[in-house]
Design a protein around this ligand. Structure first.
Ligand SMILES: [Zn+2]
Length: 287
């Protein structure tokens, strides 16, 4: 990355879309979470971001007193949805997005890890294909589970833009963290996007993706390659997740080791479901 873009500045991306970068850069959020504002007369805010006073001030300045029809959420991770409450109070707009976690409730909240915004409370839950609209814009929800079980992307019908959240990002592939994250669903959601003809993706993190089909095809290829690597290593000998990481990720940034372990586990669970591998006391092997 040459020079980090400024936070708190409203950057016009196209006539209907403005982006505001939140000041939460990190190893997991890249330059920070990007909030998108859609519309001209009345607005939708996509992923208001972390509950940070400076970011909320920047959003209020970008909104500039115009009515907000909806605060849309792609997924309720802590870097995407917490500002929804303060923004709803400030604008009177409803919080609209995916259902709060379902997968975790049956397993003692195990998947409600620290990444989740536990206070997320949508006023309206959107299902796949449902829309939200305002003056001159329509946003359609596209179920894209994988990064989280309830992840939604939003397609802007008038311009061919897709707000891809953390499903497809402009800087790295998604972290798939089981049990809420699911590799099989993630790959199916990538295939689903391949079947669409969106012109550009505006992700939660990283630059706009101008040739999205190419990137999505590359991401699918990357995961198939990782899966192939795992199968080859396990064919040679049983391995623990830690041993797999050591061989698969040479020169890995230590801050990302946890994410790599989650993604390898996600592959293993997917392979286990497909009857390719099994595990005993932490050692995974080919069946
Ligand atoms: Zn994120």
């Amino acid at each position: 990355m040459a020079k980090p873009p400024p936070t708190g500045v409203a950057v016009p991306l196209e006539p209907l879309v403005t982006r505001v970068l939140a000041p939460n850069a990190s190893a997991y959020t890249y330059t920070g979470t990007q909030t998108h504002i859609v519309g001209t007369d009345d607005l939708a805010v996509v992923d208001p971001g972390p509950d940070d006073p400076a970011h909320l001030d920047a959003l209020r300045a970008a909104i500039a007193g115009r009515p907000v029809c909806a605060i849309l959420i792609t997924h309720h991770h802590r870097d995407h949805s917490p500002a929804s409450r303060a923004l709803a109070r400030a604008t009177g707009a409803p919080i609209v997005g995916p259902a709060p976690l379902v997968r975790g409730e049956s397993s003692a909240g195990a998947q409600l890890d620290a990444a989740f915004d536990r206070d997320y409370a949508p006023d309206r839950v959107l299902a796949d294909g449902e829309t939200v609209s305002g003056a001159g814009w329509t946003l359609g929800a596209i179920a894209t589970p994988g990064h989280t079980s309830q992840h939604l992307a939003y397609a802007l019908a008038e311009s061919g833009a897709l707000f891809s959240g953390d499903h497809v990002m402009g800087w790295a592939t998604s972290v798939i963290s089981p049990p809420d994250g699911d590799m099989g669903e993630y790959l199916a959601s990538l295939e689903r996007l391949l079947g669409r003809d969106d012109r550009v993706y505006y992700p939660g993190h990283g630059e706009a993706v101008e040739r999205p089909q190419r990137l999505v095809r590359g991401m699918l290829g990357h995961r198939k390659q990782r899966e192939g690597q795992i199968v080859r290593l396990l064919t040679a000998a049983p391995h623990s997740v830690a041993a797999l990481i050591e061989r698969m990720y040479v020169g890995l940034d230590p801050r990302l080791a946890g994410a790599a372990a989650r993604s390898v586990l996600a592959h293993l669970i997917d392979l286990e479901r497909r009857g390719v591998v099994t595990q005993e006391e932490g050692a995974w092997r080919i069946i």
